[in-house]
Design a protein around this ligand. Structure first.
Ligand code: ADP
Ligand code: MG
Length: 273
């Protein structure tokens, strides 16, 4: 009932406020339906600051909806989420225990970067303009400062020579590396990747994964939905297997990929490995 939700939230909040900063993501009992379809069902996750989490699972299992919920692009029906110590919380009946104001949600989205399957670069802007747009518009950073940081980020993703190119002049892999640089330009504490290599020709996948691997060493909390199981093994601190809106199993790459306990995890891995 409502009062046990309230007590659970108070407990969640007390732990969160003390410890869940620095890019930590805590998710407690979140559920989300579209009409009669329950897409997330009582999802529980705790991602320490600076950790790298890979989310795997079949199509339609709720992976994108989970990422969108972390970024407040979806409002969950019930449960609690905290990202970097900022909370939202709803009762089982959908009553608001704590909700971010619209202005705070917009602020959140600049602290939480997201990289999509289809790059989503602005086609009419150059690489540099794509990267400096948000820091200037949203953060009020000066053009000079934003440009200097964009140059540094482009060097990191190996695209210094493309600074004045337009997206259409780049390969898919290059576009995705620009999209990563653009997300990093806001200095996010959490970076969410939704199948960042799924739209790429196979020979371009490696260059994008290499950039993400490098990022994994920088202390930004990364959450990566991916079908690249070998990559997940190499880069992730933990792997989460989702199916039918549930987190079926989560653990270290060795636990999940070599020694899964749940038959559904094993069945999925047998198909993709
Ligand atoms: P995944 O990323 O694991 O493939 P999604 O989170 O995209 O899964 O989707 C989970 C389920 O929710 C799918 O059945 C999908 O069709 C449905 N779904 C996702 N977004 C919406 C929406 N905005 N409206 C209705 N159904 C949706
Ligand atoms: Mg998806």
């Amino acid at each position: 009932d409502g009062s046990s939700d309230t007590r659970a939230f108070a407990a969640f909040r007390s732990v969160t406020d003390l410890r869940a900063r620095g890019g930590a993501v805590r998710i407690h009992g979140i559920s989300k339906s579209f009409g009669t379809l329950k897409v997330l069902d009582d999802v529980e996750l705790n991602l320490p600051a600076g950790s790298v989490t890979a989310i795997i699972g079949p199509s339609g299992s709720g992976k994108s909806t989970l990422l969108r919920s972390i970024n407040h692009l979806e409002r969950v029906d019930s449960g609690f989420i905290s990202v970097d110590g900022k909370l939202v919380g709803y009762t089982q009946k959908g009553e608001v225990l704590y909700e971010l104001k619209e202005k705070d949600i917009l602020k959140r989205r600049t602290d939480i970067g997201m990289v999509f399957q289809n790059f989503n670069l602005f086609p009419h802007l150059t690489v540099l303009e794509n990267i400096i747009e948000a820091p200037i518009q949203v953060r009020g950073v000066s053009r000079d400062e934003a440009t200097a940081y964009a140059q540094e980020l482009l060097a990191r993703v190996g695209l210094s020579d493309k600074i004045d190119a337009y997206p259409r002049q780049l390969s898919g892999g290059q576009q995705q590396r620009v999209a990563i640089a653009r997300a990093l330009a806001l200095r996010p504490k959490v970076l969410l990747f939704d199948e960042p290599t799924s739209a790429l020709d196979p020979e371009l996948v490696g260059e994008v994964l290499d950039v993400i691997k490098e990022l994994a060493r920088t202390g930004t909390t990364l959450v990566i939905v991916t079908h690249e199981i070998g990559f997940a093994r190499e880069v992730a601190d933990s792997i989460v297997f989702m199916e039918g809106g549930h987190v079926i199993e989560a653990g270290t790459p060795t636990q999940i990929l070599n020694d899964a306990r749940h038959p559904r995890t094993r069945a999925f891995l047998a198909k993709v490995l």
